[in-house]
Design a protein around this ligand. Structure first.
Ligand code: ADP
Ligand code: MG
Length: 256
């Protein structure tokens, strides 16, 4: 299974009570199979809108997105999604929530259940596998969402600020785990974030978006070798990349 994504003039206008609101685009770019792309942009520029378009939950106003050549017009089984808010089923336990994609796809077997249990452990929730969402903190719920997004081993992983609700230490740990998973399984990833460091640490390329409606300001390639570890964060290449990204946002902050 491969995850090649192509966007052509992708654009979204919401119809709101105050009239049409241009939220995103037009946006065009390609993601190669196995590539990790971070999308970095200011709050409200259309990042979550982009993720909803790519996950087939929202129809584009203009343009199109294709996965392996097929137009994305509905949710797909070879895509994993981690939303900005975890959206867990309150009547299911942690383990049952993680199993949901397997149940939906009809691929729940002892083997895939083992994978689910591994992911629950990977996100540090082994001891909470049989707890319900309301018995967890916000950060723990978010980690359930991350495990659920990976459980069916999707070729393309779409993540919307998945670590934003986590404390700094857990966040660092999750970042390293995500890198290990995507390196080992050669996944294509679209990782939405407003953290410059997170983008520079994880991505092969960073797509920098403008203020709403989000359009590409620049595509930044990250030349850090893999695998990356915490020492990568003090390397000259990392610091240079962060510095460059910060400069791209500087004029925006000057207006604020
Ligand atoms: N369902 C919606 N209906 C109308 N406007 C929306 C809707 N969702 C988002 N918006 C608007 O679209 C813009 C982009 O939102 P969003 O994609 O959530 O931005 P981001 O994730 O980058 O913070 C914002 O101005 C927001 O108010
Ligand atoms: Mg958002």
């Amino acid at each position: 299974m491969s995850g090649r994504l192509s966007l052509r003039d992708l654009q979204l206008t919401y119809q709101t009570s105050r009239g049409p609101l241009d939220a995103l685009g037009p946006l065009s770019f390609d993601l190669e199979d196995g590539e990790f792309i971070a999308v970095l942009g200011p709050s409200g520029c259309g990042k979550s809108t982009l993720l909803k378009l790519l996950s087939g939950l929202l129809a584009a106003t203009h343009g199109e997105a294709r996965l392996n050549g097929e137009i994305i017009d509905r949710p797909r089984r070879d895509v994993g999604i981690v939303f900005q808010k975890p959206t867990l089923l309150p009547w299911k336990t942690v383990r049952q929530n993680v199993l949901v994609p397997l149940r939906v796809l009809g691929t729940q077997t002892p083997e895939t259940e083992k994978r689910a249990d591994k992911l629950v452990a990977m996100v540090g929730l082994e001891a909470f596998a049989h707890y319900y969402p309301h018995e967890l903190s916000g950060g723990m719920q978010q980690r359930v969402g991350i495990a659920r997004g990976l459980v069916h081993d999707p070729a393309l992983l779409l993540m919307d600020e998945p670590f934003a609700a986590l404390d700094a230490l857990t966040r660092e740990q999750m970042t390293l785990e995500l890198q290990a998973i995507t390196n080992a399984a050669k996944k294509s990833v679209i990782f939405i974030t407003h953290s410059i460091q997170e983008a520079a640490f994880l991505a092969d390329r960073i797509i920098v978006l403008s203020e709403r409606p989000g359009r590409i300001v620049e595509v930044v390639s990250v030349s850090l070798p893999r695998p990356r570890d915490l020492s990568s964060m003090v390397s000259p290449a990392f610091i240079e990349t962060c510095d460059h990204l910060r400069r791209l946002f500087a004029p925006v902050h000057a207006h604020a």
